[in-house]
Design a protein around this ligand. Structure first.
Ligand SMILES: Cc1cc2nc3c(=O)[nH]c(=O)nc-3n(C[C@H](O)[C@H](O)[C@H](O)COP(=O)(O)OP(=O)(O)OC[C@H]3O[C@@H](n4cnc5c(N)ncnc54)[C@H](O)[C@@H]3O)c2cc1C
Length: 484
């Protein structure tokens, strides 16, 4: 497919606007709104008959904090310094982190909460202290990542930063997007549905000046005098791209997103000279809670060895599971703490026994391996210690109540949910960069079309994608609108 068309070859434009936003999900709607507020003429093109994207499907947890705390955190008596927030995010993504982007996010996240709430998204002044992926109590603040677990708890003071629309549970995305789509419509933005962007118009000087979109079964040429913002989501629904960039996940994952996550924006950006980075990273959701009591079990690999502190966030477990032999892991648990997981129906009990040795033998683990692991774990758990992985005391209970079970949590059995974390390299302003990190004039990207704050499953926390998409969508909208 021809993804770049010479601007000078177009004789007549069907439409003309200032800022052209491609994709009407979380990032696109936020970009459109900010560009309008800055006074630009804005047009949005959405591939499907309605906006919302994956953001609409999400729980809309947003990971926010810093500046002493968001209004919600502060009203619940929780303080969150920018330094603490920064230290946490940098620890999450380590050498993968984009420091400039993290800094911009930390500086602006508290104001971003005011912006979202100010649009009319409801937040309840309630804190859920339990261990769950999404609070089902209606409360709007909770822990959503690895804040309370090793090593993160040693690097930054644990603070809850998951902001969830009130009384929405897993449907927070509908709450957010119904408000955002309405506000964009009210703003005077020209919104076109059933309009798939297929190519970028580039002039001989290298500036992006518009797009070619498929509307009503014909190619429509649209001039954008200020900038084009690519906000078309990630590429988890693109078979070829996932096989190339995340082959191990592509082979067993459940693709988590909307059908439009086919990587269009990333491919358009690459065709324009943009550099795609972090393409081998994805969120991998291996939910081992709720119920929280499952955290008292231990995970072992095919060698009968522990490899992680079990009190971590679910995608950190996904990452560590993906690097075990054959991606196979098992939960060893006793009768006192056994339960079926709420989010996975595919877990399978591999072995049950009155002793650890019986379970080990029935499961075919190397002789003595599981027995040795459990013996070592129990000996230290009895005194509230986990010398190997530093699981928090709260979850350290000797595994002693027979019968015992070994439950298959292997990735090919579990089929964890995945979405992509790789995309176009951009400045925090959304400006798309070449491999030499030069700005491509007139081209911006945000949301999962860009490589954002979340860079690895190992450091991801619920809320980092929608928080990033809406925040950096706004940045891109403002930056594009600032162009004369
Ligand atoms: C079930 C589920 C729950 C989740 N829960 C959370 C959560 O609680 N917190 C969190 O942070 N993350 C969550 N995520 C991840 C998060 O929702 C997404 O990563 C994020 O919303 C992506 O936002 P976006 O704006 O980049 O893309 P989207 O919201 O997907 O928007 C992209 C839009 O672009 C359109 N489009 C695509 N191609 C074209 C084209 N060529 N031309 C025009 N339009 C096009 C698409 O149709 C879509 O409407 C969840 C994901 C899922 C699937």
């Amino acid at each position: 497919m021809q993804r770049i068309v010479e601007f000078e070859s177009i004789e007549r434009f069907d439409h003309r606007t200032g800022v052209l936003v491609c994709g009407f999900g979380g990032a696109g709607a936020s970009a459109a709104l900010e560009a309008r507020r800055a006074g630009a003429a804005v047009m949005v093109l959405e591939r499907f008959s309605g906006g919302g994207g994956s953001t609409m499907l999400s729980a809309c947890e947003m990971y926010l904090g810093g500046n002493g705390g968001t209004r919600l955190q502060r009203e619940l008596g929780i303080e969150d310094s920018s330094e603490n927030f920064y230290n946490y995010l940098m620890a999450c993504f380590g050498e993968y982190a984009d420091e400039a982007r993290v800094r911009a996010y930390v500086d602006g996240a508290a104001e971003h909460f005011d912006w979202v709430e100010g649009l009319g998204v409801p937040y309840k002044r309630g804190f859920f202290a339990g261990r769950d992926v999404v609070a089902l109590t209606g409360d709007s603040l909770q822990y959503t990542g690895n804040e309370r677990s090793f090593p993160f708890s040693q690097i930054a003071t644990p603070v809850p930063r998951g902001h969830l629309p009130a009384d929405s549970g897993h449907d927070g995305g509908k709450t957010l997007m119904s408000v955002l789509l309405k506000r964009v419509a009210e703003s005077g933005t020209d919104i076109r549905h059933d309009a798939r962007v297929n190519a970028l118009l580039r002039d001989r000087g290298g500036r992006i000046r518009g797009v070619v979109a498929r509307i009503d079964n014909r190619n429509v040429h649209i001039l954008a005098t200020q900038g084009v913002i690519l906000a078309t989501g990630g590429f988890i629904m693109n078979e070829e791209m996932t096989r190339r960039h995340i082959p191990e996940y592509a082979s067993y994952c459940t693709r988590h997103g909307n059908p439009g996550d086919t990587g269009d924006g990333i491919q358009l950006g690459i065709a324009a000279g943009g550099h795609a980075i972090n393409m081998g990273q994805a969120f991998v959701g291996v939910a081992h809670y709720p119920p929280a009591q499952l955290t008292c079990g231990i995970f072992v690999n095919e060698q009968g060895q522990r490899f992680i502190n079990e009190d971590i966030y679910l995608s950190r477990l996904g990452h560590f599971a993906s690097v075990q032999t054959n991606h196979r892991i098992f939960l060893f648990i006793d009768n006192e703490h056994f339960s079926r997981p709420d989010y996975h129906e595919t877990t399978r009990i591999v072995a049950v026994g009155e002793t650890v040795a019986e379970v080990e033998q029935e499961a075919g683990l190397p002789p003595g391996s599981l027995a040795q692991t459990v013996d070592y774990y129990n000996r230290h758990a009895a005194s509230g210690e986990d010398p190997l992985f530093h699981k928090a005391r709260e979850w350290l209970k000797p595994i002693t109540t027979a019968p015992f079970a070994l439950v298959d949590w292997s990735l090919d059995t579990l089929k964890p949910t995945c979405f992509t974390l790789g995309g176009l390299d951009t400045l925090p302003t959304g400006e798309v960069l070449t491999a030499d990190r030069d700005v491509i004039p007139g081209l911006y990207a945000a949301g999962r079309t860009a490589a954002g704050i979340p860079r690895t499953a190992a450091g991801y926390a619920s809320g980092m994608s929608v928080g990033d998409a809406t925040f950096f969508g706004r940045m891109a909208g403002r930056q594009a609108a600032a162009h004369p």
